[in-house]
Ligand binder design. Structure first.
Ligand code: NAG
Ligand code: NAG
Ligand code: NAG
Ligand code: NAG
Ligand code: NAG
Ligand code: NAG
Length: 500
């Protein structure tokens, strides 16, 4: 089901490991390259930092063990540290004019500055009222994923300053923050201008020509749709045209929600938990395992009366009518759902958490619920299954419940309460166990520390490295890497014919 090119290619972590450490012929080639570069590097030693040098010594020192074994082989990433600051750091300096909410007009949503502290994690939550852990919880603004990712990248163990050695090239552009300055501008030329400047700068770099950008990637905390304006003549054309620029089509983008195109990849929304130590994750998982969960299911969200096809209204009605459901209204007449204590407390008390689409298919809430050990209930394959291929298990029934609902009519015949009650206790426990096991993979660790646990960042990096490696393989086979690279995947948001 959901057959798509990337679905088949999305590697299992085990496969990925093989891919990253295997490939004999590449290693030999790499060895030759390394020997050559080593001489060069020794000549330019005065330019190298001690970190850079110790990498080289490592390679040299280990060379008698395996032919040449470098644990970073196939994992090196080159970062454009020379990217003009108007594409990243200047935006942070200008944080007062960045919107922190999803609309431009509300005055109190303008000002991103308070969220920038702690390397983009936001202010630490002081009093967790016994709901959160005492440490490592922050008031995180999800749009700052691009800043958090950049800061995590600075800690990545396999950075290189030698671009020819790199398997992938990271563009530390704060794509969404930049876009947010002009997303609501009616003048489309203005909306598109900085994206155009960016690709102009990139395509002028020597690194570009190696693979014409196919090893380049950028990251955003917004959905990919915000950079995929398809119809300039619509009454309210949405988004910038960044991802349809010729250079941009050659690149990959990681975002919290992928679009229809195959060079967009989804990675988890940031939650409020950013562990600084491995033990913090284990303690959290242990606590989530043994919580009492008095509610069978819950829904935290706002109705979408304006959206005709929205199933939220029906879910809210069913929840209100059920004695085992907890509804938290985040609408204008409801409470402030940006408070993680409120949200996590409900998710921690629920067995199942309803995650219907909102303005777009995905929700940050899905990650909050899994973090609380609450089994997510999805209604659309685009809400998770076709999105987070690098982070969530391929077999969605292992960790979630799927109630397909294209529209309200589909849902009218379903009693969610009955359906959930019908799931055996055994199956329920197995799913919760899986959800809790997934937690480390779904959180972004504190960029100020380095964990042994692989987090959402690490899996995103593995995913992009594999993606670029696949492209390289095509080139080695003499194939045209542009075929399929940025194609539209019309199946991504369609419902499967048959449902389990
Ligand atoms: C790359 O070069 C910069 C500036 O010379 C230096 O600060 C940084 O540590 C180097 N990084 C690596 C991985 O060698
Ligand atoms: C968190 O802090 C409170 C109050 O200081 C303390 O009672 C509690 O034991 C702490 N919890 C953990 C998990 O350390
Ligand atoms: C849009 O902005 C550009 C650049 O500032 C300007 O040249 C152009 O006249 C504007 N177009 C409209 C329709 O206002
Ligand atoms: C995109 O990649 C193709 C090769 O696959 C190359 O011919 C083309 O020039 C690249 N486009 C840009 C704008 O660099
Ligand atoms: C998916 O997982 C479920 C539950 O663990 C299992 O019953 C089913 O056989 C799996 N399906 C596939 C295709 O592996
Ligand atoms: C809902 O979808 C079904 C097909 O699944 C269709 O028959 C029905 O007309 C749709 N209802 C509405 C209100 O769009």
């Amino acid at each position: 089901m959901f057959k798509s090119f990337w679905f088949e290619r999305a590697a299992h972590p085990d496969q990925m490991e093989k891919l990253l450490t295997g490939k004999c012929s590449r290693e030999v080639l790499f060895g030759i390259l390394v020997s050559f570069c080593l001489c060069f590097a020794l000549l330019c030693l005065h330019n190298s930092t001690s970190l850079g040098f110790s990498n080289w010594v490592n390679i040299l020192g280990n060379s008698h063990v395996h032919h040449i074994f470098d644990s970073c082989s196939g994992r090196y990433i080159y970062v454009y540290d020379d990217l003009p600051s108007k594409f990243n750091y200047d935006l942070l300096r200008n944080c007062k004019s960045l919107t922190s909410g999803s609309t431009s007009d509300s005055g109190d949503e303008k000002n991103m500055c308070p969220y920038l502290v702690n390397m983009g994690l936001g202010p630490e939550i002081e009093s967790s009222k016994g709901v959160l852990a005492n440490k490592s919880w922050f008031t995180t603004n999800p749009y700052l994923l691009e800043v958090i990712f950049h800061n995590r990248m600075k800690q990545y163990e396999c950075l290189t300053n030698i671009s020819t050695l790199a398997s992938a090239i990271y563009v530390p552009y704060y794509t969404g923050l930049d876009a947010s300055l002009h997303l609501w501008d009616t003048n489309l030329t203005v909306r598109d201008s900085s994206g155009k400047d960016l690709v102009k700068w990139l395509s002028g770099k020597p690194e570009w020509k190696t693979m014409w950008g196919r090893d380049h990637f950028m990251v955003t905390g917004r959905t990919s749709w915000d950079f995929r304006r398809t119809n300039d003549n619509a009454e309210w054309p949405w988004g910038s045209g960044l991802r349809f620029l010729p250079e941009s089509k050659n690149m990959s983008m990681l975002s919290v929600e992928g679009s229809l195109w195959k060079n967009d990849f989804a990675i988890p929304y940031p939650t409020n938990f950013h562990p600084a130590k491995d033990i913090e994750i284990i303690q959290w998982q242990n606590r989530m395992r043994y919580l009492e969960r008095p509610y069978l299911f819950s829904f935290i969200g706002a109705p979408r009366p304006g959206l005709e096809k929205s199933i939220r209204g029906e879910l809210i009605d069913q929840c209100r009518a059920s004695s085992t459901c907890k509804f938290v209204n985040c609408g204008a007449d409801g409470i402030n759902c940006n408070n993680p204590i409120t949200v996590m407390k409900v998710f921690q008390s629920s067995v199942y958490c309803l995650q219907p689409p909102g303005d777009s298919h995905t929700r940050r809430s899905a990650f909050d619920s899994m973090l609380a050990g609450c089994i997510p209930v999805f209604f659309h394959p685009g809400s998770a299954y076709n999105q987070y291929l690098w982070h969530l298990p391929k077999n969605h029934s292992r960790y979630s419940v799927f109630i397909p609902a294209k529209n309200v009519t589909d849902l009218k015949e379903v009693s969610i309460e009955k359906l959930l009650l019908g799931i055996s206790k055994e199956k329920q426990l197995a799913m919760r166990k899986k959800v809790i096991k997934l937690i480390p993979k779904l959180v972004y660790a504190d960029p100020r520390s380095r964990l042994g646990t692989e987090d959402a960042f690490d899996f995103a990096v593995m995913g992009i490295l594999e993606r670029v490696e696949n492209v390289r393989q095509l080139i080695r086979e003499g194939k045209d890497p542009s075929i399929g690279f940025a194609d539209e995947d019309s199946l991504k948001y369609t419902f499967p014919e048959t449902l389990e």
